[in-house]
Ligand binder design. Sequence first.
Ligand SMILES: [Zn+2]
Length: 117
Amino acid sequence: MPKGAPTHQPPTARHDQHARIKEDRRRGTPTQRGYTSQWARASKQFLREHPLCQCPACDEGRRRVRAASVVDHRIPHRGDGQLFWDTSNWQALHKRCHDRKTAREVNARRHTAHERN
Ligand SMILES: [Zn+2]
């Protein structure tokens, strides 16, 4: 094993869950953040109308089109009810595309947050 090369060990499932619980405490539970049963119904309806992933990569055909399974807010609502319920701020995303976007957002938050539209 060469010295100085950092080895990245995948976090164990236990660590993962721990991080999630911590994150929930910090941001509030999903329900506290607005993800109510009303949201569940509305987002389900939205996915019926937008069955395919609308992320730029899928939308521009750079990737094989994926079926959408989550509704995402284009502009992070951060608890803003108006942004939260503004359907023009919604986009249907494939779960994996959504995770990528979330990871990017978390990264971007450390620099200046710049949304594309
Ligand atoms: Zn996508």
